[in-house]
Design a protein around this ligand. Structure first.
Ligand code: ADP
Length: 299
């Protein structure tokens, strides 16, 4: 089921399309990593989805329906940190926001605090919280209405490695145990790689690409590429001497070897010793970081 589908979604500020005809697809159960540099348009898109800004053109559906005000009741969002009251405890902050949102009085605050790992903060006031704890409390506030879809703008921005780990574990828990769908924006590349199931890359308002984690793995795989004169003989040597099974001959007649890439030197030696002329031999492929940076329009 499609939880969020935008079509031609556009926001114009000062005659500039800061979100430009975006077609985005978030399916149920996705942790969707929405990636782009600062100013790319991430927050603006999320604001439109959550009803904090009005589209200039195009639109979107929520939970497969055009009735977005109905759909928004099932969304929890953290866009630009909610103001936490520094002299209140985690629980007191939750109660405050719960009243403000008109949530059910029987709300189980302890359960929500447990979900975000803040059960044991007791009387500690939020002014004494680490940034990671504050971020998790913000997420707890977003969880108040028992949402099915969480929209989080830069939840790992500014966190130290421990804080990033805490938020990552929390989001994985919400997805895996609670079946939540999560849209999370970031300009930090690597950290999303450990949890996202799908990615969308935005550059100057344009969604340049959308792909699954699996597709990303295929794009970022490393391989040894070999240019050789006796192709069949070369393949045979690689198979017999190295036990290589995963290889492929490309249309340009070069051979791609997808395993044992660290043995590139030995492969070269073996081929040459058996009178195969090697004209080209290199490890190719892109890592995730480079892939993203290229798509985002460079750094
Ligand atoms: P991101 O979240 O990817 O950093 P934003 O959505 O915050 O990007 O911003 C996209 C662009 O829109 C930026 O150039 C920003 O300056 C501009 N922008 C955002 N909000 C407004 C606004 N209320 N009025 C005018 N310009 C805005």
């Amino acid at each position: 089921m499609m939880v969020l589908e935008t079509s031609g979604l556009t926001k114009t500020y000062r005659r500039k399309n800061v979100v430009n005809g975006v077609n985005m697809h978030v399916e149920k159960g996705d942790i969707y990593g929405f990636i782009g540099k600062n100013g790319a348009g991430k927050t603006t898109l999320m604001k439109m989805v959550c009803g904090l800004a009005r589209p200039s053109a195009g639109g979107f559906t929520l939970f497969g329906s055009e009735n977005v005000s109905q759909g928004r009741k099932k969304i929890g969002c953290v866009i630009e940190q909610p103001a936490l009251f520094p002299r209140m405890t985690a629980r007191e902050n939750l109660i405050y926001y719960s009243k403000m949102q008109g949530c059910d009085k029987s709300m189980d605050y302890e359960r929500i605090l447990g979900m975000v790992g803040l059960s044991d903060t007791g009387k500690l006031k939020t002014k004494g919280f680490s940034l990671g704890m504050k971020q998790r409390l913000s997420i707890a506030i977003a969880l108040l209405g028992s949402p099915e879809f969480l929209v989080l703008d830069e939840p790992i921005n500014g966190l130290d490695p421990t804080g990033i780990l805490e938020v990552r574990q929390l989001l994985l828990h919400l997805q895996q145990e609670k079946g939540m769908t999560i849209l999370i924006s970031s300009h930090i590349l690597g950290e999303l790689g450990k949890m996202a199931t799908k990615y969308g890359i935005i550059n100057q308002g344009n969604l340049v690409e959308e792909f699954t984690a699996e597709e990303l793995n295929q794009k970022t795989v490393h391989y040894v590429r070999i240019g050789a004169d006796h192709r069949d003989k070369a393949c045979q040597i690689l198979q017999e001497k190295f036990g290589i099974e995963q290889m492929q001959v490309l249309p340009d007649a070069s051979i791609c070897v997808y395993e044992q890439t660290e043995r590139i030197g030995a492969m070269n030696r073996e081929l040459v010793s058996q009178n195969v002329t090697v004209s080209y031999l290199a490890v190719e492929g892109q890592d995730m970081e480079k892939y993203f940076v290229d798509r985002m329009g460079g750094m």
